[in-house]
Design a protein around this ligand. Structure first.
Ligand code: HAM
Length: 428
């Protein structure tokens, strides 16, 4: 006797997008592709699985992502340590170096797809989520930082999103961070008594992140700590001012947030996040910044770069709230039929209608007209085409307008089969 199979569910924090929601994803993806094309970005697709050392090196050993959130496993066949990508930038940079994409010109590239982080799931925070990742590789100036941010403003506008705010900071350059770091460690050493376990552990390895604490008992200490912004030299300040000026030109408002440090180690100069209060505690919709050292760090010829990633689940939730949208119809035309001859004719008619660009569902199997009409109605189709014995004999179809036919069209009409594609197309 076979054992009853125990149902399998999806993993915690990993979601199915059911057909109605899947349609929203596709709409969003279409908007995003069009938006990115408007700025000359091209698609670069990299694998979901990479060598672990790409991420430990690229993102940084002492980050939450690398320390505790990566899906890492040993390849049983050869012992390699592999990791499901927890973000896309490292892979994009690896591909750029591997294929020498910057040898004669800079590149504007993007990718959309799943990324994986073993976090505690909650609203807006998942273990498999999706990013729109956009990278401008080989550009040094503040013009490109600003263009990326302005571009995001355009996307929010296009999607009708109003409550998204921009937070901006500069992390300066390595030497400036080193000077700040020394001052910060001295400061933290004199406040050891208020540091929690994470704080004590990171005090020397990543003191900046100590200030990013959520622990209320450490807030006052963090607020009064030396600020990196005050350690920036003239060049870093000029870069930052260059970004701000261009944002002013574009009418993009921002808040300087000196505590914005981001959770990945590769950043320098400009960093930014777009945040909202509308989708709960996980309100950061987009994060990014400049990472001029990463390409060299991963073995490439030194080249500056800047980019960002949008969390698609968060963006979709925000979009959903911005307004009611009608469900997408499954098709334009639904064909109902009765009898085997009519069923075979329906298949042919369906193909002819698709030839003229209509989306068609031919009712599968059989069933009463009533049951078939019910399906036609829930499909959202504009028109039902009816084929029965009479229609087969007279080589006509009955056409019934289910919705939005306007005053001119009769509720039902008889149309010769040869004329059907043109008649239905023109009523589109
Ligand atoms: P990130 O800030 O780690 O940056 O992630 C970017 C966005 O992904 C976040 O702002 C958020 O919307 C979304 N996100 C992050 N974690 C989760 C999660 N567990 N569930 C749902 N959404 C999430 C990066 O990944 C950088 N690679 C961005 C970048 C590109 N910097 C330069 N280029």
């Amino acid at each position: 006797m076979t054992q009853a199979f125990q149902k399998v569910s999806a993993l915690r924090g990993m979601n199915d997008a059911l057909p109605g929601v899947g349609a929203r994803w596709e709409q969003l993806e279409a908007i995003v592709r069009d938006w990115l094309a408007g700025y000359g970005y091209r698609n670069l697709r990299t694998p979901v699985l990479e060598y672990t050392r790409l991420f430990t090196r690229g993102i940084g050993e002492v980050t939450d992502i690398v320390e505790k959130e990566m899906y890492t496993f040993t390849d049983a066949l050869n012992g390699d340590s592999l990791t499901l990508r927890p973000e896309m930038t490292a892979g994009m940079v690896r591909a750029t170096i591997e294929h020498n994409l910057l040898y004669d010109r800079p590149q504007r590239v993007y990718a959309m797809g799943p990324v994986f982080r073993h976090e505690r799931p909650q609203r807006g925070r998942y273990r498999q989520f999706h990013q729109i990742d956009v990278e401008a590789l080989g550009f040094a100036g503040p013009d490109v930082d600003a263009e990326l941010i302005v571009m995001l403003g355009r996307l929010w506008q296009r999607m009708g999103l109003t409550d998204v705010r921009l937070e901006l900071n500069s992390l300066g350059q390595a030497e400036e961070r080193a000077a700040h770091r020394a001052a910060l460690i001295t400061y933290l050493e004199s406040h050891k008594d208020v540091l929690d376990e994470d704080g004590l552990r990171r005090m020397y390895s990543n003191p900046l992140r100590v200030l990013d604490t959520k622990n209320p008992a450490m807030q006052a200490m963090a607020d009064a700590a030396p600020r990196l912004f005050d350690f920036l030299g003239d060049e870093s300040r000029a870069h930052f001012d260059g970004v701000c000026k261009r944002l002013d030109d574009a009418g993009i408002g921002y808040r300087l947030n000196p505590r914005l440090v981001r959770g990945l180690d590769y950043y320098n100069l400009t960093v930014f996040e777009w945040v909202t209060d509308r989708i709960g505690a996980q309100g950061t919709v987009c994060g990014g910044g400049r990472y001029d050292g990463l390409i060299a760090l991963l073995g490439g010829k030194p080249n500056p770069a800047v980019g960002f990633a949008i969390g698609m689940e968060r963006l979709l939730e925000l979009w959903e709230q911005a307004g009611e949208r009608e469900a997408e119809p499954e098709c334009d035309v639904y064909i109902v039929h009765q009898g085997e001859d009519a069923q075979r004719l329906a298949a042919k008619v369906g193909e002819r209608l698709r030839d003229v660009g209509l989306a068609v569902i031919v009712h599968a199997g059989s069933g009463s007209f009533k049951a078939q009409f019910k399906r036609a109605d829930t499909s959202g189709a504009r028109v039902a085409v009816i084929l029965g014995a009479d229609e087969v004999a007279s080589e006509t179809a009955s056409v019934k307008y289910l919705r939005g036919a306007g005053d001119a069209a009769p509720a039902q009409q008889q149309v010769p089969l040869a004329a059907l594609p043109e008649v239905l197309k023109s009523k589109g």
